[in-house]
Design a protein around this ligand. Sequence first.
Ligand code: PLP
Length: 700
Amino acid sequence: MAPTKTPDAPSPTLTPTLTPTLTPTLAPLVAAIRGSAVAVTEPSKPKSGQASLDGRWTIDDSAEIYQTRLWGKGFFDINAKGHVVVRPTRVLGHEIDLFEVVNGMRERGLNTPVLLHFSDLLERRMRDMREAFNAAIAENNYRGSYFGVYPIKVNQQRRVVEEVRRNGVELGFGLEVGSKPELLAVMGLTTDSPDRLIICNGFKEEKYIEFVTLAAKLGRNIIPVIENIGELKLIVEYAKRLGVRPKIGVRMNLATPGAGRWRHSSGVKAKFGLSLTEVLETLNYLKERDMADCLQLLHCHMGSQIHDIRQVNAGVNELTRIYVELVKMGAGLKYLDVGGGMGIDYDGSQTAFEFSTNYSLQEYASSVVYKAMSVCDEEGVEHPIIVTESGRAMVAQQSVLIFDVLGTNRPDRSPPPASLAGLPLVDGELPRPLIDLWELHQSISERRLLEQYHDALEAREEAMRLFSVGYLTLEHRAVIDQLFWSISARIRDKSKDMGAHMPEELADLDSTLSDMYFCNLSIFQSLPDIWAINQLFPIMPIHRLDERPTRKATLADITCDSDGKIDRFVDDHDIKKFVELHEYEEGSTYLIGAFLVGAYQETLGDLHNLFGDTHVAHIKLDENGQWWVDEIVEGDSITEVLKYVQFDATQLGAEIRRECERAVRKKQLTPKESKLFMKIYETGLAGYTYLEPTRTISES
Ligand SMILES: Cc1ncc(COP(=O)(O)O)c(C=O)c1O
């Protein structure tokens, strides 16, 4: 059963409401005065297009079935041409037509699948975060400040980290690392700004600690967060040896249970973090060495995609209570690091549903600031510097994966025959299940739909049993399949009027009878969370949106793995088991986008079936709102993926050449055919791992 969305949880009673910096009504006016295009501050609600009343399909109808404007949050919409557009800065008119971008890529010789990154959108998100916390701080007269740190594990692509670093100079964002490779990358990227906050989570060995302590001596604003007492002892030892007073952080294992899929990131059984006893032990250890002032940061991580604001409130409350107690005991704490976890509204429902959030960015910021402030005020403790490690909420929206459809499989592709005449007889008659299905097919009645569906299932089961013992022929079986699918389709169509009374089995017919669209992508490489954790991403065609979609479909990728499929889609009140698509004509271009895929997908992706990284294009807007391609990173070639698994393409090519020569000697191939064979092999090795819609058989 698909989980049902729960309605919004009540807003926290203690959280003050904030006046937005620019109200939606003022925004267009201010933008007009500035002479710029109009800022979209609120996602416009989907509405049925006027034209659809006369039966014509409109882009508003498309926006409604795909919920585009709800999960799009002003960043994604549909233009008059029926194409999806991205508005990276949320400014009307400054938009990027995705269909045009893909055409532009093709003109440059780059085929789909392609991952598009919109760095202006990333910058907008960073500004949104900064503005939300600034507003919360101002509203509450909070006396501390705010720093965001970007955990690079969420998307370590160089361009993304560089953009965060660049925007971070103005917006005060630092970086968080969880491993040695991440630390070395970040250190190399931040040489020009030593004061940039770098937080080091994760397990650390002695060399790591020595390096971090030296970095502190170098003048870097770096805080190792200790995961166990062993790390603490090493830090203290190196600090003494190198004559540094390091900043030290501790990760606290909160008692407040986590929520959602990553709930075990928090609570007593969490993999990371110190227990309260260990935190006290840490403080005492430092006090005994006159280093209590070095304990500067208290951290927790409550899990990812936190969907309910009440969990944020409870977690920040507990963390701040511990913070104030530690301060009173002499710790030099300055930073309150509430970790990551801010969620993304993947389905646009704005509910406490697993793939949504019942809070906005502003409400998140207000809750964190208000909770931290009220607990500190109660205890008379100075307001700390608030740190967040939000990753998903920062980068998810900036990437869109676009892939093409290669073909379809429709259960109704062969209609049943007009009569059963001519089918082989068994013992002088037609087999019983075949006759039963035939009669059912002639007599579907609105009053007995469920019963007739059960009869059809039973007749087909019996037919399969008879086929397996050799009683039915292939011809019989083919007609039985045709009749069964045709009966099911009729029952589905006739059951449409049952509304709320529709039995679940009949409601499921929509998905049972849906088409399969074969798509040029690997779920394991590009959308691994769909496979690994049933993640829901908005998925929809990026063109033809002024045309009624007449098919319902699930998607299958090109790996040879039955798990390589997508059968869960965004819906307004649940999860749909199909997505509405347009009729696909063999050989035509039909493009589908998977949205909000900028967090965790790229590095978690794997090489299943040796499908490699897709092409990546970084698209930017100029000051006039025109888009341009800032950088293209070509995807893996077949030679590259073969190398990952220790194959040497040169050696493979030499083996094939020898085989060709043997075939020429035996006259199995002409020299010209052998040359063609070699050419296709060699261009294949240099080419994309995905299917390319060009003819490979060419004149030599
Ligand atoms: C310590 C820490 N901080 C931050 C994050 C980022 O979380 P999110 O992407 O949910 O904001 C994670 C993710 O697992 C984490 O482990």
